[in-house]
Design a protein around this ligand. Structure first.
Ligand SMILES: [Cu+2]
Length: 474
């Protein structure tokens, strides 16, 4: 159980982790002589799962494009150290955002611990304003709940506060500020908090993926999110990443897989996975009893909620996993772009090009063409839809990734296996026989009581109705 020494230079004081909730709480005053080290990670490559080297064993989670926060044991307390600070986050190759986060990243590192653990979390504020951390979903003493002003004073810039509580139950939790909350969450401050069951065999899975749903409004060519945006965000993220920057969920065929996510955006997200049906096994409030877990292929997660679903990965392939709101699988786009479907843009374009020589007509036959178009973009701006796969442009951005199921992957291996090699004869293919003759169309059905087909025309009610026409009462 207690594995040798340390990771990242942290000292594991072995064996102490078995202390249970029955051990008496100290009176909220730290006995430690020194602050625990606060590891920092600034790149967006996911760290391998962090196996516990002290305390009870568990199967660690895999945070997409993220990592788990190392800790130290101090007596029977598990001590973590979060630094709230400005960070630079690459949203996808080609775009970096200037955000606020924890320990070098947005979202902050995932905190993992075990049911019954006594956790002491140091929070140092390196932001230019006060903050506080709310442990979303945790059952804890009121004074540890992190609502600035209500449960504690805000942590002033430069100061460190200490949170201490016992993890009363296993499940899926989050942490985020509860102090100037709108601004601080719009800037990217949030993290995942996973509490593992005391018995590692309980609800055991082979792979356990976590990500937060978050959103930013960053104008083309700029770096800092607009913090007052309420709904019209333009970058929809898993863990402050957008497709094609989001890690695939790499899975060995036959693995039992859990996917957990929490929603800290301003709208709900129906998260949809292809190729499988799955069971919803966890919500904000805890685990669903196995006999009550319900089947879905999309699970909607409301603002502030967490969901976990599970499946056995028995079918290999590259399966899409994405938000089903189609605007959320797009990168920065102007929502005031007009719809030109059905318009012959060629004629119009000639006129416009006389005035604006670089003008490119778009949208007359849909917008898919944008997926393969190389257009000049402002600096630090991602194309609206991007990302190529083996058959061409995927025409998506935002909240989209893939579950890559392959046989024979090592249990600790999460490296991208590349695109799926389809067995012969299992890919949709082009018909090359005789073309379809003009299809027979059903004749228009006459409307009841009328001997003629209806003609519909738009009428401006401010003007007199046209003299003839098959509508109106006259
Ligand atoms: Cu969505």
């Amino acid at each position: 159980m207690s594995k040798p020494v340390s990771r990242r230079g942290l000292l594991g004081v072995g064996g102490a982790g078995l202390a249970l909730a029955s051990a008496s709480m100290v009176s909220g005053r730290v006995q430690a002589a020194s602050l625990p080290e606060a590891p920092i990670k600034t790149d967006a490559a996911a760290a391998p799962p962090l196996h516990p080297n002290t305390g009870p064993d568990y199967q660690p989670v895999y945070t997409l494009n993220g990592w788990s926060l190392p800790w130290r044991m101090n007596g029977d307390w598990k001590e973590f150290h979060l630094i709230a600070e400005p960070v630079v986050r690459e949203l996808a190759p080609g775009m970096r955002a200037h955000l606020w986060g924890y320990n070098g990243q947005s979202p902050g590192p995932t905190i993992e611990a075990v049911e019954g653990d006594k956790v002491r979390i140091f929070v140092t504020n390196k932001l230019p304003e006060g903050t506080a951390v709310h442990w979303h979903g945790q059952l804890l003493p009121n004074g540890m709940d992190g609502v600035a002003g209500l449960n504690q004073p805000a942590i002033p810039p430069g100061k460190t506060f200490v949170y201490e509580f016992i993890l009363r139950k296993s499940g899926t939790f989050m942490y985020h500020p509860h102090s100037d909350e709108m601004v601080q969450m719009a800037m990217g401050m949030m993290g995942f908090f996973v509490v593992h069951p005391r018995d590692p065999a309980e609800r055991r899975v082979d792979r356990d993926f976590v990500f937060l749903l978050n959103a930013f409004d960053i104008e083309a060519g700029s770096y800092v999110p607009k913090v007052n945006t309420m709904l019209d965000f333009n970058l929809w993220c898993f863990n402050s990443r957008v497709f094609p920057g989001i890690d695939p969920l790499v899975v060995r065929q036959g693995d039992k897989v859990r996917v957990r996510f929490g929603n800290l955006t301003m709208t709900n997200h129906p998260i949809h996975m292809h190729g499988y049906d799955f069971k919803v096994t966890g919500t904000d409030g805890g685990w669903v009893n196995p006999e009550a877990a319900w089947p879905e292929v999309s699970v909607d997660v409301a603002v502030g909620q967490m969901r976990a679903f599970e499946f056995v990965a028995d079918v290999p392939g590259d399966w899409a996993l994405h938000c089903h709101k189609s605007h959320h699988t797009m990168n920065a786009m102007g929502h005031d772009v007009r719809t030109y479907i059905g318009v012959n843009m060629k004629q119009t374009a000639k006129g416009i090009q006389r005035i604006a020589p670089g003008y490119m007509p778009m949208g007359g036959s849909g917008m898919g063409e944008m997926g393969s178009m190389e257009m000049p973009l402002p600096d630090n701006t991602l194309p609206m839809m991007t990302g190529y796969a083996q058959f061409g442009p995927v025409e998506m951005g935002g909240m989209f990734t893939t579950v890559k199921v392959r046989p024979g992957i090592a249990s600790s291996d999460y490296t991208d296996p590349g695109w799926y090699k389809h067995p012969e004869g299992t890919v949709a293919y082009e018909w090359t026989g005789a073309p379809l003759p003009e299809p027979k169309r059903a004749p228009n059905t006459p409307r009841a009581g009328r001997g003629q087909s209806a003609e519909l025309r738009a009428v401006d009610p401010r003007k007199r109705a046209p003299r003839s026409g098959g509508h109106g009462n006259h």
